[in-house]
Design a binder for this molecule. Structure first.
Ligand SMILES: [Zn+2]
Length: 243
């Protein structure tokens, strides 16, 4: 199993490359690019949120708790006094950070349902829905948020799988095949629940038409290939040329 540092580094490298491609093919504007980079990198840590004492899980639940508290605050801010709003903010934060966290810890087993492609789809769709309905991003931007999360998640699963192959004497460690799997058949009940939740998110997600039209055609990839290598001299214009 790859360690925390490896996960961060590789996820950041893949995510960084993806943002360069997204910028040069006009998928994303420069202003939102850093957010996508962070999203992809963070997703590279997400699959380990079910190891009960991991740094990512605490970070994730803190973030979720703060987001939920602000979402609750924004929805009632005109109706209540400052003290009431403050109590509501704190209440929602504590509820998510401690009660939901406790429930989550009890319900999940490390490397159970979360180390699967199904979970990658779940989190991808979750962030597509958040970007769409909470942050009011465009359809294309929302789906790209989901794609970045899905990609970062798969990077993590692949790394875990890669590290389960003992490269020095080509032997498979016992953990081989536990990281990258489509669904977790060992935990049928949890897998079924995750599947239903994923379907619910899919039906709640914005239309993917614009995203598919933009990315699912030969021209788009041809354009990326054309821009991949310099046509003439490398870094022309960066250095003074002597004629
Ligand atoms: Zn892992």
């Amino acid at each position: 199993m790859a360690n925390f540092k490896t996960h961060v580094l590789v996820a950041a490298a893949v995510s960084g490359s993806a943002t360069v491609v997204a910028l040069s093919s006009d998928l994303l504007s420069a202003q939102v690019l850093p957010a996508y980079f962070l999203l992809g990198t963070m997703a590279g840590l997400l699959p380990d949120i079910d190891s009960d004492n991991s740094v990512p899980i605490r970070l994730f639940f803190n973030l979720m708790a703060v987001s939920a508290a602000f979402a609750a605050l924004f929805s009632v801010v005109d109706r209540y006094s400052i003290v009431e709003s403050l109590l509501l903010w704190g209440g929602v934060y504590l509820l998510v950070r401690y009660t939901v966290f406790e429930l989550f810890i009890r319900l999940t087993v490390h490397r159970g349902v979360f180390h699967s492609v199904l979970a990658a789809c779940f989190f991808g769709l979750l962030f597509t829905c958040i970007a769409d309905s909470w942050l009011h991003r465009s359809e294309l931007e929302s789906w790209l948020a989901g794609v970045f999360v899905f990609m970062g998640y798969l990077v993590h699963l692949s790394l875990d799988e890669l590290y389960s192959v003992d490269l020095t004497n080509i032997r498979l460690k016992r953990s081989f095949g536990t990281a990258l799997k489509l669904v977790s058949l060992k935990y049928m009940r949890e897998t079924l629940l995750l599947f239903v939740l994923t379907l619910m998110l899919f039906s709640a997600a914005p239309s993917g038409d614009v995203f598919l039209q933009t990315t699912w055609n030969g021209e788009f990839y041809q354009d990326i290939v054309n821009k991949l290598w310099p046509g003439g001299r490398w870094f022309s214009g960066l250095w003074p040329t002597h004629s």
